[in-house]
Design a protein around this ligand. Sequence first.
Ligand SMILES: O=P(O)(O)OC[C@H]1O[C@H](O)[C@H](O)[C@@H](O)[C@@H]1O
Length: 290
Amino acid sequence: QRPFERTKGINGLEKIIVRDDHGRSFEVYMYGGQVASWKNEKGEELLVMSSKAIFNPPTPIRGGIPILFPQYANTGPLPSHGFVRQRFWEIDTNPPQLPSNSYYKAWVDLILRSSQDDLKIWPHKFEYRLRVHLGPEGDLVLTSRVKNTDVKPFNFTMALHPYFSVSDISEIQVDGLQNLDYLDQLKKRTRFTDHDKSITFKSQFDRIYLSTPNDIRIVDKKKQKTIVVHKEGQVDAVVWNPWEKKVEDLGTEDYRRFVTVESAAVEKPIIVNPGQEWKGILQMSVVPSS
Ligand SMILES: O=P(O)(O)OC[C@H]1O[C@H](O)[C@H](O)[C@@H](O)[C@@H]1O
């Protein structure tokens, strides 16, 4: 394994920096296990951090890739989006092997175990293992493994919430979600079917697409790039842009620079039996397009 660098980030919060041999890199904060940066070989940042992000626990960090677990949004009794984005994760020094272990060149393994306090709000013992790695082409991959270390089954909803950098929100389109059902979060999660050829953005947008294909594309004509979002083990996808809606810790013009396309499990909670493990993959790559 390439050694990773453990250093102090904003406000003294600890972060890990991982680089590969081609000059690509990513950064993960121990707080939230949250990826805060992903750069290609030219040093270009591919994710967005809010210009007003607050690096002060227990406030969640606005930007990068928050992990929303064990509850997506306010779909249950927990605080919105669960609590792991507000916990301090640890380095996983002895992670169980993944099938494709030899393929990893630049990676880090983190772990979060439920604490006594967590058990008071969500009474299920778990271990959440997160591997973040750079693939051979500079793609960023998050492998999540959630183990039930308790004596009874539990279920959860979740999402990985990347703030993808785009040239301009009004210039991009999202492809791969045509003819699917979605829950419109701006209409009390009413169910509709999307008959548009592709998604474009003209105002606030907040939808949970249900049982989607594995690949979704964010086409950015201005940048001549396409971001491919590939997901496994999480059947839904959330697409969000707040537009003019006031978000406390987001700069007023920040919404123009990002879109979130989230790998999610919302409609059908994931059930994990005692001693068993759920695995999900989110792979993000940027490819040229005309
Ligand atoms: O403000 P947060 O709790 O970080 O949530 C940010 C956003 O997350 C998701 O994308 C939801 O679909 C949105 O409804 C929500 O506004």
